[in-house]
Design a protein around this ligand. Structure first.
Ligand code: NAD
Length: 484
């Protein structure tokens, strides 16, 4: 049997580190790993641990080996992650709906496929070189080490797949603290990915987690010196807690994306795309349209078109019934979503107030003013408040207030380049979409790569492998390698 130099190096590395005791021919042939081949670690199953410090220790040991893998070998492992996730998409989406009780199966499938296909691997870790009279400079992306990643209930396995590809591409390993409401499907996903990575030649435990995710575990991750970076995807309470941890931190927090429809817009397109975006996965996505500001001259036409798309128009009394049902008065006089109704189907929400909408209705809309609780709360339900505004300037002012300075996502439907530019400048969101659903901003129906961790508060933006790496410089002084 012919074995390439690269395969021999892989096998030697695995045997030397005690992580693969299969005979070299078997390992090279990709023979299935037996259970007893896995490293003997107490209370661990394919990366799921009982104790958080044990999960960090295993990820740390794995990182010592993984950081030496060549880019080509990392690509093989990333390919195995994509193949494994593709094979499980339908199963995981079904299980997410069952466990979290939120969202729409078919939209989750679309989100998963975007994550699997459009999250870049190590190819985005490009080297910068500068050659001059004083020598040759190289700057490269190096691993941080072990990363602790906190994942949300709204995209549980999508975030695990996305973070795993992005973080391990850079030579890191990851300890996840998943959302307790999605812990079973998250563990299944993590275990399947771990098995696929080992089969593709990676060390065991590139990604780990604790069986029972807790807030205390997040504190212990922050306190563990072997964790070099904290990454949080979720609400602002969690992101702010991570920012206080004293560790290098990447925070991907809440949004409340406003959309402006100005008087020059293609109204049919605006209604179609806003209906599609605001109902996608029942609006649990941080980047989904949460409130619309529509200029008076096109207001009636917009309302007509969005109803034609299938939206149910609530009257004033029904709107107030839904406020009582779906929102709770929060601290500091604000409004919080009632979690019982987050991510529920529009028909289910409507039937709770005695409205029998057609079965294919995906979105309820209501006519309110700019200070209405549905405008100001990040409610994450398929209920879209629509505000009639007297001018473009008023729309921008209202949108700024509704966005709460999250600087997350916003969009505009317009044919006026000045309006597009002005709103984009003023709103300062990480994602700014023109004339399409906001999901186009993460590659779902738009150009560019996909992420499930949109890091607005800490500025990394649409994260990818580069976001989770350190920049390191290597300087060869006084000629040497130069050819001119
Ligand atoms: P959440 O904040 O309730 O939970 C997120 C994670 O943080 C969970 O794992 C949870 O256990 C943990 N957590 C919560 N409070 C914590 C604290 N004080 N200390 C440590 N950990 C804590 O959010 P969720 O309901 O799962 O997700 C919805 C929220 O996440 C929305 O606000 C949404 O906008 C946001 N989100 C943002 C992005 C993004 O990329 N920016 C992506 C998805 C979701």
């Amino acid at each position: 049997m012919d074995i390439s130099q690269q395969e021999i190096e892989q096998i030697v590395r695995r045997v030397l580190t005690g992580m693969d005791t299969r005979p070299p021919q078997q390992a090279a042939a990709g023979a299935p790993r037996k259970a007893q081949d896995a490293p003997a670690t107490a209370a661990c199953t394919d990366g799921v641990f009982d104790d958080v410090d044990a999960a960090v220790e295993a990820a740390w040991k794995a990182q010592q080996v993984w950081r030496g893998y060549k880019i080509a070998d990392r690509q093989i492992v990333i390919g195995a992650i994509r193949a494994c996730a593709r094979a499980h998409v339908e199963e995981w989406c079904r299980k997410i709906v069952e466990e979290t009780g939120m969202g729409r199966y078919e939209d989750k499938v679309e989100k998963h496929l975007a994550t699997i296909n459009l999250t870049p691997g190590p190819e985005c870790l490009t080297t910068e070189a500068k050659s001059g009279d004083a020598g040759l400079m190289l700057e490269e992306y190096a691993p941080f080490g072990v990363i602790a990643a906190i994942t949300p209930t709204t995209n549980p396995t999508e975030t695990i797949i996305n973070n795993t590809i992005s973080m391990i591409s850079g030579g890191n390993t990851v300890v996840f603290n998943v959302h307790p409401r999605a812990k079973r499907v998250s563990a299944e996903c993590l275990q399947a990915l771990n098995r696929a990575m080992v089969e593709a030649g990676a060390p065991a435990n590139l990604i780990t987690m604790t069986r029972e995710p807790t807030m205390d575990n997040v504190d212990r991750l922050a306190a563990n010196p072997k964790v070099r970076m904290m990454v949080g995807t979720g609400g602002m309470g969690m992101v702010n807690a991570l920012l206080r941890s004293g560790k290098k931190c990447i925070g991907a927090g809440a949004g409340n994306p406003p959309v402006i429809v100005d008087a020059t817009a293609d109204i049919e397109l605006a209604a179609k795309k806003i209906y599609e975006g605001a109902s996608f996965d029942n609006n649990i996505l941080c980047f989904a349209e949460k409130e619309a500001f529509v200029e008076a001259p096109v207001y009636d036409a917009f309302l007509h078109c969005i109803r034609r798309e299938g939206a149910y128009l609530l009257n004033a009394q029904q709107t107030e019934q839904l406020v009582k049902l779906c929102l709770r008065q929060g601290k500091n006089g604000g409004w919080d979503a009632n979690k019982d109704w987050v991510g529920q189907d529009a028909c289910r929400i409507l039937s709770a107030i005695g409205v029998n909408a057609p079965a294919d209705c995906r979105l309820a809309v209501c006519e309110v003013n700019a200070s209405h609780p549905f405008v100001l709360a990040e409610q994450m339900m398929p209920i879209l408040p629509i505000v009639k505004v007297g001018s473009f300037e008023e729309a921008v002012e209202d949108a700024l207030v509704a966005e709460h300075g999250n600087r997350h996502t916003s969009s505009i439907f317009s044919r006026d380049v000045k309006h597009m530019t002005e709103f984009g400048r003023v709103i300062e969101t990480t994602i700014f979409v023109k004339n399409s659903a906001t999901k186009a901003g993460v590659g779902i129906g738009g150009e560019g790569h996909c992420t499930m961790t949109i890091a607005g508060p800490t500025g990394e933006g649409i994260t990818c492998a580069r976001s989770f790496c350190r920049r390191r410089r290597c300087m060869l002084a006084d000629g040497g390698l130069r050819i001119v």
